[in-house]
Design a protein around this ligand. Structure first.
Ligand code: CA
Length: 368
């Protein structure tokens, strides 16, 4: 019985196979359905061809195009096109754009919990901050904040440690901060306000004019790589070292619906390309700062480099700590973020101290 059945099954299979052979020849592989192409619109806070920041968005667009074999395209509108450098959050939230390239702390007026994700005064250096984002819970906290707005946020490139800004007059005591009109965004602006200064935020394209026309007395932007070409030194020759942005991570802001509309492989391509573009920006910014710092010393001897006196830094730090306590008390999610950053900083700084800092101290001692 078994043999008979087996024979019957084999005969049936053979007949089916022969029947298949009689049909017109099929191609060896089924032709893939025509690949669907997706185009995402990106709005950046920066003007057209803005060095370093604009290189990052262009690199992102080129990478996703190549990695997806042309299935994912990104078009870029700079601020001259969309006319709203600080409207990026609203435009991406509304779906007018799919992606934004900007800085999270520009949105503190929209949602105060966004200000923790660029960087905080007296906080982490770039390696410490990147470790917090990717391995210390930072990404999850950022996701929690932006989910409220139907948005995703990813690190968008680090400037490295920033300079403290350009001042017309030296800052010798906290009295010199009274009434000082300064362009300085984020939490640092809140800190300066507590000490009697008048902080404001101004889009990058309007900074020089604002300084020239006395709308502001002082400003901070980034560092030699981007500051020198803006010409601030012609008006405000005192260039202070930093306290307010020991690192600054820009941001890729993505509309959640736009993200969800992509097939999983394109989502992964976009995710990886954003991370690669952000990582490359950190290296590029470091390089450009180093090159321009040498250039500044050689070609612009009128620039006076200063460090804030200890009295001023102590007052800033105390105001910073008071404000952190107040912000944490007012908002449970803010407390969660502030605690996470404080705990992570303590752990990471212990390692920084015995690795990078100890090395740099040793090298300095050798030169003495
Ligand atoms: Ca800055």
């Amino acid at each position: 019985m078994y043999r008979k059945l087996t024979g019957f099954v084999l005969a049936t299979m053979l007949a089916a196979l022969l029947a298949a052979c009689d049909k017109p020849q099929q191609p060896a592989l089924q032709a893939a359905p025509a690949a669907q192409t997706f185009t995402l619109k990106l709005a950046e806070t920066w003007g057209p061809n803005y060095p370093i920041f604009g290189d990052t968005t262009k690199q992102l667009a080129a990478m996703v195009d190549r990695m997806s074999g042309g299935r994912l395209k990104i078009t870029i509108d700079s601020s001259n096109k969309h006319k709203a450098p600080f409207g990026v959050f609203d435009m991406v939230k509304a779906g007018q754009y799919d992606i934004g390239h900007s800085a999270s702390y520009y949105w503190k007026g929209k949602d105060p919990d966004t200000l923790y994700f660029t960087n905080m005064p007296f906080s982490m250096t770039a390696p410490e901050q990147l470790a917090w984002f990717y391995h210390g819970g930072g990404m999850q906290l950022m996701e929690k904040v932006y989910a409220r707005h139907g948005l995703l946020s990813f690190p968008g490139g680090n400037t490295g440690g920033q300079m403290g800004g350009w001042f017309r007059k030296e800052i010798n005591s906290t009295d010199d901060l009274q009434g000082l009109k300064m362009r300085i965004p984020g939490f640092a602006g809140e800190v300066l306000a507590r000490l009697g200064a008048k902080p404001t935020n101004i889009p990058p394209g309007e900074l020089y004019t604002a300084l020239e026309r006395n709308t502001i007395d002082a400003l901070e932007w980034v560092g030699p790589a981007l500051d020198l070409r803006m010409g601030f030194h012609k008006i405000a020759p005192y260039y202070y070292t930093g306290w307010h942005e020991p690192s600054a991570e820009l941001q890729f802001l993505v509309n959640k619906k736009s993200w969800d509309s992509l097939p999983p492989d394109l989502q992964e391509i976009l995710r990886v390309a954003m991370r690669a573009a952000a990582s490359d920006m950190y290296a590029l910014a470091y390089h450009e700062n180093a090159v321009n710092w040498v250039k500044m010393q050689q070609e612009f001897p009128a620039i006076q480099v200063r460090t804030f006196p200890k009295e001023v830094l102590t007052a800033l730090k105390n105001a910073n700590d008071e404000l952190l306590a107040e912000f944490a008390a007012a908002d449970p999610l803010a407390r969660e973020i502030i605690d996470s950053q404080a705990e992570y900083l303590a752990q990471a700084r212990a390692w920084t101290s015995i690795s990078d800092q100890a090395y740099l101290n040793s090298m300095r001692d050798l030169q003495d």
